[in-house]
Structure formats: structure tokens, C-alpha cells
Write a protein that binds this ligand. Structure first.
Ligand code: G4F
Length: 327
């Protein structure tokens, strides 16, 4: 089996590559040209000469570069296509709405247009987001919950999410949305709140920093573990029929609780180290966020098992080790 992944250098892309390589797949990642060749989440695999250039390949392209995307896809002829790339920071999308929509919304449309011309087209998975629901009046949310985004990122994802349905229903593509609630790991980018907290807890424990500055700590999220989410993404493309699936734990926690778990893990009291700064406050903070993943449970046999406390401990341990190494 041959798979293409956009966003392969990100948290989900790197875990998904590992997952697919372990199952014997040939994996092709689309990477943007950048000034650095550092891809820390993939280094282990890129440096493995038994894999890189043999079952793992990286191709330069961009979600705005249709010609190269088309060329790469017609050459590779993948069986599966996992579309994980895009500007994914909700807060930042209020600052850079145009490029967020260009990559997240239009980037998805461009890929769908290319797939439409490929015969046979690969099975396509779009990593959609619970941000498409904005602040829903129904809780928990399922695949039929009305779409009503309240951030530029959510609006871009809603556009992409809907186009996936259009290309599935009108053009016969095997195209699916994984409507993902928050999912975290030691590979989470450092500007998302859980990772910001795990790095701070580890740094304060080691005495190399003093405080953590955050926005709203009363914000509530349904947080799961990224490794479990990529497993579900793969399962979605193994189904007999294409469908959309909510991926969520169904359990909610506040930022405050995550902080408590992370700091307690290293014997600290967060209250003594955390400060609020308005600049991390969002213009609007969604409420009622809880996913109902009953369809994924029923049809994919998928049940997330890792608790938020376990996840926090895993992330803090990783950052402790990393900071000790670099210190
Ligand atoms: O970690 P966050 O930035 O994640 P957010 O906004 O929920 O988005 C993530 O999950 C979505 C799916 O549910 C994805 F679509 C999206 O791509 C991304 O992966 O923020 C979580 C909460 C927010 O309520 C935010 O206001 O934490 C609050 N928060 C408080 N202080 C902060 C901070 N968030 C960040 N990033 N930085 C802070 O200092």
C-alpha cells in the first residue's frame, strides 16, 4: 500500500507515518521548502537508511502549487491520501485570516480537484476540526451537529469539510472527514496550550525558568491523545463506504485541570507559577465542546483509552528529558 501525507512533519503526520510504516506501507510526505532542513519529528526515520528513499519519501510542494501536487500524485499513484496540512492555530487565524483560508480551505479544494482527475483516485482523508461547530447549542456534538464556526480557522475548515462531502456525494470520491477534537502529545507544537504547560512545568521543575503566562485557564476542551487519533484516521479509510467521523474522547476538562495534572506530576503547585496575560485571550472562546464519537466506536471499533492525567504526565516526562539533554 502506498500513502501520501500532507503535513507529514507535524504532530499527526509524523505519528501517522510511523503507524503506516509499521504496517508495511510506502509513505510519501509532501513538505514545504523552508530555510531549514530540520524536521525534528521525522529525523529518526529520515536518518534510517533502511527506510528513507526506500519506503519513506519526501517531496517538495505546497498547498498553493497545484502543478507540482498534480505531478507528484500522478507519479506516485497512491492508494490513500491523508490531508493533514494547514495553518491550524485558532488564535493565530484571527491575525492571519487570509493565509489561513488560502491554505486550509483553498488548499483542500485544490487537492480535491486533482483527485477528481486521477483514475483510480486514492481514498482521501481530510483532518477536519471540531472548530467547524463554533459554540454549539447541542452537547455532545456528533456528525449531524449544525456547522456554525466562530473563528477564521473554523470557517476555513467548514468550507473544506463541506467540499469533502460535495466531492464524495457528487463526484464519487472515497473522501472522508475526521472531525477531530483537540489531540495532544509530546510532539505538539509549542504554541498550543498543553505543550506550553508541559514545557513550563518541566522547566520550572529543573529551575531553568520561573513562570508560565497564559490566557483563559477556565476554557474547556475535549482533549485526546494524538497517537490514538491517527489510528482512527487509518481505520476510516479501511471502511467499505466513505463517511465522516467525530474523533473525540467525550470527556471534558479545563486548562486549569490540565495544568494541575502537569504540575502535580513534578511535585509543583501551579498557583505559585502561573500568570494571566490578556494577549493570550481569544476574541471569542467557544463553549459546550464535547464530542460524541459513538459512530467511530461502533463502526471503526475505536475507543480512546489514554486519560488526560496520563497524557499530561507523558508530555511533562518528555520535556524533562529533553530539557535535561539540552541544558
Ligand atoms: O491549545 P489551543 O491553542 O487549541 P485550540 O484553540 O482548541 O485548537 C486546537 O484544537 C482544535 C480542535 O478542537 C483544532 F482544530 C486546532 O487546529 C487546534 O489543534 O487552545 C486551547 C485552549 C483555548 O481555549 C485557549 O484560549 O487553551 C486556551 N489558552 C489559554 N492560554 C491558550 C493559552 N491557548 C494557547 N494556544 N496559548 C495560551 O497561552
Amino acid at each position: 500500500m502506498r500513502a501520501v501525507i500532507t503535513g507529514i512533519t507535524g504532530q499527526d503526520g509524523s505519528y501517522l507515518s510511523e503507524f503506516l510504516l509499521a504496517r508495511g506501507y510506502e509513505v510519501h510526505g509532501i513538505v514545504r521548502r523552508s530555510s531549514t532542513l530540520q524536521r525534528p519529528r521525522l529525523d529518526e526515520y529520515v536518518n534510517d537508511q533502511t527506510l528513507y528513499g526506500k519506503r519513506l519519501f519526501l517531496h517538495y510542494s505546497d498547498l498553493t502549487d497545484t502543478t507540482s501536487l498534480r505531478r507528484i500524485l500522478s507519479r506516485i499513484q497512491p492508494d490513500e491520501f491523508y490531508h493533514l496540512a494547514g495553518q491550524s492555530h485558532v488564535g493565530l487565524s484571527f491575525e492571519i485570516p487570509e493565509s489561513t483560508c488560502e491554505l486550509t480551505a483553498m488548499g483542500t479544494l485544490r487537492i480535491l480537484e486533482i483527485l477528481r482527475d486521477i483514475k483510480p483516485a486514492p481514498r482521501f482523508l481530510h483532518a477536519s476540526s471540531r472548530e467547524i461547530f463554533g459554540t454549539p447549542t447541542i452537547s455532545p456534538q456528533n456528525e449531524d451537529t449544525p456547522v456554525n464556526p466562530n473563528s477564521p480557522y473554523g470557517a476555513a475548515k467548514a468550507f473544506a469539510n463541506q467540499l469533502v462531502k460535495v466531492y464524495r456525494d457528487s463526484m464519487g470520491l472515497f473522501a472522508c472527514n475526521a472531525i477531530c477534537y483537540n489531540h495532544e502529545s509530546p510532539r505538539r507544537s509549542e504554541n498550543f496550550v498543553t505543550r506550553k504547560i508541559s514545557i513550563a512545568a518541566a522547566g520550572i521543575k529543573l529551575g531553568i525558568r520561573k513562570e508560565l503566562v497564559l490566557g483563559s485557564i477556565d476554557a474547556v476542551r475535549d482533549w485526546g491523545c494524538a497517537t490514538e487519533f491517527v489510528d482512527a484516521m487509518w481505520r476510516i479509510l479501511q471502511q467499505p463506504e466513505p463517511r465522516d467521523y467525530i474523533l473525540a474522547t467525550g470527556r471534558t476538562h479545563t486548562v486549569r485541570e490540565f495544568m494541575q495534572y502537569a504540575f502535580e506530576h513534578v511535585g509543583l503547585n501551579w498557583v505559585e507559577h502561573v500568570r494571566f496575560d490578556q494577549k493570550f485571550q481569544r476574541p471569542i472562546e467557544p463553549e459546550n465542546l464535547r464530542g460524541d464519537a459513538a459512530r467511530a466506536h461502533r463502526e471503526l471499533g475505536w475507543t480512546p483509552k489514554i486519560s488526560l492525567r496520563e497524557l499530561a504526565a507523558m508530555m511533562v516526562d518528555h520535556d524533562l528529558e529533553r530539557l535535561k539533554r539540552t541544558a
